[in-house]
Design a protein around this ligand. Structure first.
Ligand code: 13P
Ligand code: 13P
Ligand code: MG
Ligand code: MG
Length: 364
């Protein structure tokens, strides 16, 4: 059977500040999707929160970009926002950038990752959800899982993976996309995705079969709003095993806590910390950025699980290293490269302060 997996998320208010979410918002999400399941609109759902972002994980048979599914997500966020406003949660309705739903949630503020595929005899999937970071944070881990044989031994020894994968890369500033095949165009791929603020891995495909392997949310809130309204806090879906990397090969890149943009006021570089759901509550300097991985097996579209995959002592060293890197970076205070470079600060509140100094600059 063909099934669509949709992950749609939004920050609609934090408790306290941007550190977490109020349980009422998760309850409203569950209630809303329960009704949609009973009405036959969706097959199954799982609602959770990572940091201050409400995550709606849904399976259905309507395909990607389906109006009723996007409407369901939008209306669920609206209902939860009403509660967030009552509780005066911080940044209530933060990511709902449009007044009214207009048919497709893309470009309206929430982030989304969706894929449609024929469910395999066994269909393990991982849903990655991050807080205090941006679209582009998945570039390095997706590259390592799908193109780096030092990470993924399956690329070397599995006949069903040996041909490699194709990466669809979006230039989020120019609004263009390109597909690059690996391993043959590996250097071209790295040329682009090494700049994750501009070039974002949107999707990965099995090269020989064309089957979709991974898809990420590429919404850049600052580009939609034209100003700083919080970070994108992206999500990513990855299918595992058989012709795709094993679950452990997909998780392995996160044992290295790479630097991502986000953290305090969305204006800093910091290490991405893999955590169990209960620890997805960034507090130190509003961070460091977090990533959660929930694993599911699909069964006729039903979500069997989740397993909280970073809830494993094997990731303790990555977390410890994260804290060491965080400590080191914090000592830079307002200096780059802890603080983002000037061109990235364009979408923060920095230009307003800079404006004050404008008249005082003299020619040298
Ligand atoms: P099994 O033989 O237990 O299926 O494991 C194979 C595998 O993919 C390990 O990563
Ligand atoms: P969020 O994008 O998670 O709302 O965080 C915004 C922020 O400014 C944190 O300091
Ligand atoms: Mg927030
Ligand atoms: Mg957030």
């Amino acid at each position: 059977m063909k099934v669509t997996l949709s992950v749609i998320k939004a920050d609609i208010g934090g408790l306290v500040g941007h550190s977490s979410i109020h349980p009422d918002l998760v309850e409203i999400g569950k209630e809303s999707l329960k009704k949609a399941k009973e009405a036959g609109l969706i097959i199954d759902y799982h609602v959770t929160a990572v940091g201050d972002d409400l995550q709606l994980i849904m399976t259905h048979d309507k395909g990607v970009n389906a109006e009723p599914i996007h409407r369901l997500a939008w209306e669920t966020f609206e209902k939860a926002t009403a509660r967030a406003r009552e509780l005066k949660l911080y940044g209530a309705g933060q990511d709902l950038l449009s007044e009214a739903f207009s048919g497709n949630i893309r470009g309206m503020g929430p982030g989304l990752a969706e894929m449609e595929f024929e469910e395999r005899p066994s269909e393990p999937v991982i849903i990655f959800m991050a807080d205090k970071t941006s679209a582009g944070a998945w570039n390095l881990p997706l590259y390592r899982a799908f193109a780096d044989p030092f990470n993924t031994i399956g690329l070397v020894i599995s006949p069903s993976m040996h041909d490699g994968f194709a990466f669809e890369v979006h230039d989020v500033k120019a609004g263009k996309k390109i597909t690059l095949n690996c391993p043959e165009e590996l250097y071209d791929l790295l040329l682009l995705i090494g700049s994750p603020t501009r070039y974002v891995v949107k999707a990965v495909y099995h090269k020989a079969s064309g089957e979709i392997a991974a898809v990420s949310s590429t919404e850049r809130l600052s580009l939609i709003a034209g100003r700083y309204v919080g970070k994108d806090d992206p999500v990513c879906i990855v299918r595992c095993q058989h012709e795709f990397p094993a679950v452990g090969e997909v998780l392995e890149p996160f044992a290295f806590p790479h630097l991502v943009e986000g953290w305090m006021r969305g204006s800093h570089n910091g290490p991405l910390m893999p955590v169990a759901l209960c620890n997805a509550t960034p507090t130190r300097f509003d961070g460091p950025p977090r990533v959660v991985a929930l694993g599911f097996q699909l069964a006729q579209g039903h979500l069997i699980g989740p397993r909280d995959l970073f809830d494993d002592p094997a990731f303790d060293e990555a977390r410890r290293l994260c804290n060491t890197i965080a400590e080191y970076l914090r000592r830079h205070g307002p200096f780059e490269p802890h603080r983002l470079p000037m061109e990235e600060m364009e979408y923060t509140t920095l230009p307003q302060v800079l404006e004050k100094l404008k008249g005082r600059f003299q020619d040298i």
